[in-house]
Design a protein around this ligand. Structure first.
Ligand code: ADP
Length: 482
C-alpha cells in the first residue's frame, strides 16, 4: 500500500519528544513490511547540514494563505527501500533556531506555519504521480489535513481523495488559536462550525481533525479510554465520545535497532540479560561523567523528560526532597518550564553529591542514563504512551511509574503479578505516594535476587513494532476498503 505519514517532527531529523520517535519508527517498520511510505515533515534549520544526502526535488508549492500566496520547495531523502522522507522547505517558517518555541515562548505564527505545512501535505497527496492510498497525520500540527482534503474532494474536483487517519500523541496540545487564523485555511467561512474547528469561539486544529478524520488512533489502549472521560478529555471528550467507534488505542512500538544495549554506539559497555556486568560498568561511567560519587552500592535514579506539568515534576521535586537523604542518587536530563529548571538547579546545588541535572537535549546522554541508572522515574499526571519506561525495561532499568495511560499498560507491578513484575507502580498523584514508591525501590535494590528478577523480566518484555505494525496495517486496509 502507498502511505503518506505527515508529522511536525521525525527522528532522526527533528525531535522534541515521543512523536518524532514514533513516526520515524512507524515509517521504517511499514517500509520493511513492504509498503511504500512517504514521510512529509518540515525542513528545519540544520537538517540539510546534518544529512547531506537530501536532494532538491522539482516541486514548487504556491499555496494560498488567506489573501496572499506563499511559495515553498521540497527536498527528499531516500532513507531505505520504499521509504522516502520529503521535507517541506519554507525558510520564513521553518529556518529557525528551534521547532516550536524560543526562550520558553511559542512562535507567534505557529498557527500559520502549520497551516502552510498542512496545505503542503495535501498538495503532495493530491498531485503526486503516485498518490497515497492513505494519509496518516499526527497531532494538532497536521490535524487540519482531513478537513482540507474533505473540502477539496467535495467542492474542488478531487476525485478519489485518500482516507485519513489521525493519531493523537497528546490530547493536551490542541493548536488553539483566535478564530481569525481560520481565514488562513482559505476554507469557506461557514465551515468554521461546531462540527469542525470551532471550539468555544476559537479555532482548534485538533478538534477539526477529531471531527473529520476517517479513523482516530491514540498511542495506548488505556489512554484511548481515558480521553473519552471528562477528567482527561481536555475539553474534547465529548467529540471523542461521539467518534468512539472510530477511535483505536494502539500501543507504540519500540525501535530496538536504536534502543538496545548490545550494539549501541552511545554506550561504552554492552550487556544483556545473561550478564549485567556491562550495565554496572555503564553506571560507573555515568556517575563519573555526571560528577557524582562513583559507587555501585548507591542506587541511581534517572529521568529524561520535557519539564512540563504533565510529567509530574511537581511531585518529583517534593519526593526527592524527602528521599535524597535516604541514600540515593538522581540524574535528570531535560528542559522546559523555567520555574522547573530553576527548582532543579537549586536541588542540584543543595545536594551536589546526590543530584546531577542537565538542562539540555542530548540524545547520547539519554541512552547513557537509560543504561547507567538502576531505576527510572516517570510520575506523570497523564501519559498517552510514554516511551522511556519501555526503553528502561529493555535497558534493565526498573521503571517507577504512575498508573496512568501507557505507563499502566506497559509496566507490571508485583501486586498484579509477582512472577512477571517489571516495575513499581503507584496510583495517587501525590508526594507521599511517589516517596513511598521510591522507598520500595530502595528496599528492592537491597534484595539482590528479587532485584535481578525484575530486571530480567523487564529485559525480556517485548514491545517491538510487530504488533503495532499489524494493527496499523489492518486499520489502513479497512480505510482503503471504505
Ligand atoms: P513526550 O513525547 O510526552 O515528551 P515520551 O516518553 O513519549 O514523552 O517521549 C520522550 C522522548 O523524548 C524519549 O525518546 C526521550 O528520551 C526523549 N527526550 C525527552 N527529553 C530529552 C532530552 N532532554 N534529551 C534527550 N532526549 C529527550
Amino acid at each position: 500500500m502507498r502511505i503518506l505519514l505527515a508529522s511536525a517532527e521525525v527522528h532522526p531529523f527533528s525531535k522534541t519528544g515521543g512523536l518524532a520517535d514514533m513516526v520515524g519508527a512507524l515509517g521504517k517498520a511499514l517500509a520493511k513490511a513492504g509498503h511504500h511510505v512517504e514521510i512529509v515533515t518540515p525542513l528545519y534549520r540544520g537538517i540539510r547540514e546534518r544529512f547531506p544526502q537530501l536532494t532538491p526535488k522539482d516541486w514548487r508549492f504556491d499555496l494560498p494563505m488567506g489573501n496572499r500566496r506563499v511559495a515553498g520547495g521540497l527536498y527528499v531523502a531516500e532513507l531505505a527501500e520504499r521509504l522516502t522522507v520529503s521535507f517541506v522547505d519554507q525558510p520564513g517558517y521553518f529556518n529557525r533556531s528551534s521547532i516550536y518555541q524560543e526562550n520558553g515562548r511559542d512562535y507567534a505564527d505557529n498557527a500559520e506555519r502549520f497551516i502552510f505545512f498542512s496545505k503542503a501535505v495535501v498538495n503532495l497527496a493530491r498531485y503526486q504521480l503516485q498518490p497515497p492510498e492513505v494519509v496518516h497525520i499526527h497531532d494538532w500540527h497536521t490535524a487540519l489535513v482531513p478537513l482540507l482534503i474533505q473540502n477539496q474532494s467535495r467542492h474542488d474536483g478531487w476525485r478519489h481523495a485518500p482516507p485519513t487517519c489521525l493519531t493523537i500523541h497528546n490530547l493536551a496540545y490542541q493548536g488553539l488559536y483566535p478564530r481569525d487564523v481560520f481565514a488562513l485555511t482559505n476554507l469557506p467561512a461557514n465551515q468554521f462550525n461546531h462540527d469542525g474547528a470551532e471550539f468555544f469561539g476559537q479555532c482548534n486544529f485538533l478538534k477539526a481533525g477529531l471531527a473529520t478524520a476517517d479513523a482516530l488512533t491514540t498511542v495506548s489502549p488505556r489512554y484511548a479510554r481515558e480521553i473519552t472521560t471528562e477528567a482527561l478529555g481536555h475539553g474534547l471528550d465529548g467529540v471523542l465520545r461521539k467518534r468512539h467507534a472510530r477511535l483505536h488505542g494502539i500501543l507504540n512500538g519500540v525501535d530496538y535497532d536504536e534502543w538496545n544495549t548490545t550494539r549501541n554506539p552511545h554506550l561504552k559497555f554492552s550487556y544483556d540479560a545473561t550478564d549485567l556486568s556491562g550495565k554496572a560498568a555503564n553506571k560507573e561511567a555515568l556517575q563519573h561523567e555526571l560528577g557524582l560519587p562513583v559507587n555501585a552500592a548507591t542506587p541511581l535514579f534517572g529521568t529524561i523528560t520535557r519539564l512540563a506539568d504533565q510529567k509530574g515534576i511537581g511531585i518529583l521535586l517534593g519526593a526527592l526532597e524527602e528521599m535524597l537523604p535516604a541514600g540515593m542518587q538522581f540524574v535528570l536530563l531535560g528542559s522546559g518550564a523555567p520555574h522547573f529548571e530553576r527548582a532543579l538547579r537549586e536541588l542540584a546545588a543543595r545536594f551536589p553529591d546526590r543530584v546531577a541535572v542537565r538542562l539540555e537535549f542530548d540524545q547520547g546522554l539519554s541512552h547513557r542514563i537509560e543504561a547507567g541508572s538502576d531505576f527510572y522515574l516517570m510520575p506523570s499526571v497523564f501519559e498517552p504512551c510514554g516511551l522511556n519506561q519501555m526503553y528502561s525495561l529493555r535497558y534493565g532499568t526498573i521503571p517507577i511509574v504512575r498508573m496512568t495511560g501507557g505507563l499502566d499498560d506497559t509496566v507490571i507491578d508485583v501486586a498484579e503479578n509477582p512472577q512477571r513484575a517489571t516495575g513499581i507502580k503507584f496510583q495517587e498523584y501525590s508526594v507521599p505516594a511517589l516517596a513511598k514508591a521510591i522507598r520500595k525501590a530502595l528496599v528492592l535494590f537491597e534484595n539482590k535476587p528479587l532485584d535481578a528478577h525484575y530486571r530480567r523480566n523487564g529485559m525480556a518484555a517485548d514491545f517491538s513494532w510487530d504488533a503495532t505494525l499489524t494493527a496499523y496495517a489492518k486499520l489502513y486496509r479497512e480505510l482503503r476498503g471504505k
